[in-house]
Design a protein around this ligand. Structure first.
Ligand SMILES: [Zn+2]
Ligand SMILES: [Zn+2]
Length: 305
């Protein structure tokens, strides 16, 4: 709720004309209590979880055959019923676990100092804060995920997230409710350490969720963000972690690759990647040979005429 009765009052208080975005924000939020703005987060969470995986759902159901070649584990076929089961399960966790947590966490959000007031943050401020959030969350998530791969943590909690040995976008938040709660800690810790505007706070959770959906998509497209963002793991990186499953000692990081590199938990992945690249190169050379004058056959191998 903003402490101004109308736009004119807000402009007088700031000593300048408000920007278009600020006017929109004023119209939207001026008369809404702050807790209502805070509860928007759960609506965004469910909305983006429903919309963002849709392209992957359609590709997975075989609607765009020309995309099949980008599937990381091509032998695994996705069925609609399996996808819908996953969707129902995740929506249930959002409603029963994340929703109530959002409601009771409102005083904490107030205490942290997430503001709803004017002025709005600059785009540069939003960008920097979200980068810092990604780095903080990635570090916390890395260590929690490693702990979840202990024998007890895996059997009691993390096993559920690994039911998808070939992940799909919808399975990004598919996990035991305890895992959803504990992985929420670093996600909330980031804005708690570097509090900003509620718009940044919303955007942070939306972007983090979209990133998790992309990372679990099971597709490595030529336009995947991992090809353009330095140190970003992406779908291929996390897919390997799911592919190995319980025994996995590789690729624990959720967003970037540097934690696994620093703590030496990417060795298996790197070794396999190099081996596959070598194999692909050999196959390529082999095909090249077959096309023009195939293998050179040594004289010793030729039958005498
Ligand atoms: Zn894992
Ligand atoms: Zn995963």
């Amino acid at each position: 709720m903003l402490p101004y009765q109308n736009l004119q009052e807000a402009e007088e208080a700031h000593g300048r004309a408000l920007s278009v975005a600020e006017k929109l924000w004023f119209r939207y939020s001026a008369h809404k209590p702050d807790y209502v703005l805070h509860y928007h987060n759960i609506i965004f969470l469910m909305l983006f979880y429903t919309l963002a995986p849709l392209p992957y759902v359609f590709i997975g159901l075989g609607w765009f055959k020309n995309m099949d070649k980008y599937k990381i584990q091509p032998k695994v076929k996705d069925s609609f019923s399996n996808m819908f089961k996953c969707y129902k399960n995740v929506m249930g966790s959002f409603l029963l676990v994340v929703g109530p947590l959002q409601v009771i966490s409102y005083p904490t959000i107030q205490w942290i100092g997430i503001r709803t007031s004017l002025p709005l943050p600059s785009l540069w401020e939003v960008f920097l804060q979200i980068m810092v959030y990604f780095i903080i969350e990635d570090f916390g998530n890395y260590w929690i995920h490693r702990l979840l791969h202990s024998k007890w943590g895996y059997n009691k909690i993390h096993r559920i997230h690994h039911e998808y040995a070939a992940p799909i976008g919808l399975a990004a938040p598919y996990a035991h409710w305890v895992e959803i709660l504990i992985l929420g800690i670093p996600a909330f810790l980031a804005p708690a350490l570097v509090p900003g505007h509620i718009v940044t706070y919303w955007l942070w959770f939306i972007l983090r969720q979209m990133e998790a959906i992309e990372t679990h998509s099971g597709y490595n497209f030529p336009w995947s963000p991992s090809k353009y963002i330095p140190f970003y793991g992406g779908a291929e990186y996390h897919d390997y972690h799911h592919y190995v499953g319980e025994q996995s000692q590789s690729n624990f990081a959720s967003v970037f690759t540097y934690c696994d590199y620093i703590y030496g938990t990417d060795k298996g992945y790197r070794y396999r990647k190099q081996a596959l690249e070598k194999l692909a190169k050999l196959r390529h050379e082999d095909e090249g040979r077959r096309e023009d004058e195939p293998y050179h056959i040594p004289a010793e191998d030729r039958k005498s005429q």
